[in-house]
Design a protein around this ligand. Sequence first.
Ligand SMILES: [Zn+2]
Length: 248
Amino acid sequence: MRGEEQKLRQQIIDHCLAMNASGLNQGTSGNISVRFGDDMLISPSGIAYQTLKPEMIATMAIDDASGSWTGPLKPSSEWHFHQALLQDRPDANAVVHAHPTYCTTLAILRKDIPACHYMIAAFGGNNVRCSDYATYGTKSLSDLAVEAMKDRTACLLGNHGMIAIGDTLPKAMWRAVELETIARQYYFSLQLGNPVILSDADVEETLAKFTTYGLQETDDRKNYPARKAKNGRGRKSQTMAAGTGGES
Ligand SMILES: [Zn+2]
């Protein structure tokens, strides 16, 4: 395994552990993917993050919807929307999905998050949309996620959870944490009355400033090569077993 791929696999594990340590995720319901050339590296299904080793991270071709993967463990049952987002969004190199409490509470209420705080601009516009509901792991959910994510870098999934994307995994994780924060603030403001929502002009002004806000950019992006030549390493395809036992 080449050094840069090994580094990305370890980065996925580190961020899975950080996601639980931060309280953003409980158990193994969250999942993370990153782009690696034409492939997607994705956390496997149903295994405690503490026991993950870099070689356990599954590899799937981004343009292959058959569900074939390489690796000792089958990929997260949510591979479908990870793959669809990496296909649809060339600006994204990483996808973080979890069921944090406040995002999920708003998703149960089917509420978009409006511009209740200027940090809404961290997600690319004047709101974060909540999608309709579809069963986990389905193409229907994947289609809804792509639609809700249009011109945004995060969305809520109806009666399910949230997704954040980024040009690097640290950036996607930063957004996931910020999204849960604004969801919590919006939730509490709804308890006390009618939140004041910022105007589109206010959001536009913040968006302009946000080109330089957030995590300091590093040269991490070079770790997500946009394309790579097929290297003939003999992809060993397996077919997804019928999904059982819940999402992870
Ligand atoms: Zn989920």
